[in-house]
Ligand binder design. Structure first.
Ligand code: DAH
Length: 329
């Protein structure tokens, strides 16, 4: 009996040590099984009990039960301690600094070109221009012939124009809207047409699809001076009061005289488009008498303006729909 008591004591001490060394619930369960399980050390010790005299057998049984209870208690304590440690670790890993400013929803915004088109539309509304629209798949007639393009003009070339079956093209400019709007109506006209146009062209400043705004005004007594006044006002609206405007003599089939237009931007000239007095042939094609009516027209590239406004080096960045770029604009 004395011998058994010593062995129980040694077993308890060993269990205590292993329990406190168990690093996780799994290891703890293994330790428990090793000491208290059906094939565990305690059972092994008790196997000898059967050979003891009956009065000692009862005491030995009690002593063994007390050891068993104490070991169970140690296991429970250790299990609880491990649970608390794990919880603390997890909390530390998910620490939340409630004093940080909130993330907040990131509201979207309009594309820079959409904003520019709205801005341009608003400005010209103020001068009495209203907006007209035309198809992007346009007839060769509206895109070229009615605009007085001679048959050998380079714009007719496959190199420059996307041709679609059946006498159609992807419009190469917004000027065909002039024909659609003027035909069958009586002046005065003050119209704006904005939208996508298409050309065989692709480099850092050219994209096969880009945007133009077309403006035209027809009435009697309209002169180039009116055109200059409108474009000066527009340039200053866009880029500020000290913006310069430069007209360079040029050729367009649908205007006479014709000019290219530059706006000054931070000390440099930026080519923004073309303009001129609407060619008599164009007015005639639309059923208007050029002796009675004159008009001016201009067509400006919007993408270039958006690029300099926002410091965008490559026109493709406007159309890639790359969030990282658009968020900065
Ligand atoms: N359509 C011309 C182009 O795309 C631009 C242009 C020039 C439009 C003169 C006009 C104009 O209305 O009068 O290159």
């Amino acid at each position: 009996m004395v011998e058994l008591a010593g062995e129980l004591e040694a077993l308890e001490a060993e269990a205590r040590q292993e329990i406190s060394a168990a690093a996780d619930p799994q290891a703890l369960a293994e330790v428990r099984a090793r000491f208290l399980g059906r094939k565990g050390s305690l059972r092994g010790l008790l196997r000898g009990i059967g050979s003891l005299p009956p009065e000692e057998r009862a005491r030995a049984g009690e002593a063994a039960n007390r050891v068993k209870d104490r070991i169970e208690a140690l296991v429970r304590e250790r299990r609880e301690a491990l649970r608390r440690e794990a919880e603390a670790r997890s909390l530390a890993g998910h620490r939340l600094d409630v004093t940080l400013p909130g993330a907040g929803p990131a509201p979207g915004h309009l594309h820079p070109l959409t904003r520019l088109m709205r801005d341009v539309t608003r400005f010209f509304h103020g001068l009495g221009f209203s907006v007209e629209d035309g198809p992007e798949v346009e007839t060769e007639y509206h895109n070229f012939e009615a605009l007085n393009f001679p048959p050998d003009h380079p714009a007719w070339d496959l190199q420059d124009t996307f041709f679609v079956r059946g006498g159609h093209v992807l419009r190469t400019h917004t000027s065909p809207v002039q024909i659609r709007v003027m035909t069958g109506r009586e002046p005065p006209f003050r119209f704006l047409a904005l939208g996508r146009v298409y050309r065989h062209d692709s480099d850092p400043t050219h994209s096969p699809m880009f945007h133009q705004v077309e403006g035209f005004l027809v009435d009697d007594g309209v002169s180039f001076a009116d055109l200059k006044g409108v474009l000066f006002a527009f340039a200053r609206h866009l880029f500020g009061d000290d913006t310069g405007v430069r007209f360079r003599a040029h050729y367009f089939p649908f205007t006479e005289p014709s000019a290219e237009i530059d706006f000054s931007w931070r000390g440099a000239w930026l080519e923004v488009g073309g303009c001129g007095m609407i060619h008599p042939n164009v007015l005639r094609e639309c059923g208007l008498d050029p002796e009675r009516y004159q008009g001016f027209a201009f067509g400006l590239g919007l993408d270039r303006i958006a690029m300099v406004r926002h410091g965008i080096p490559h026109i493709g960045l406007l159309f890639d729909a790359d969030q990282r770029v658009l968020e900065q604009l």
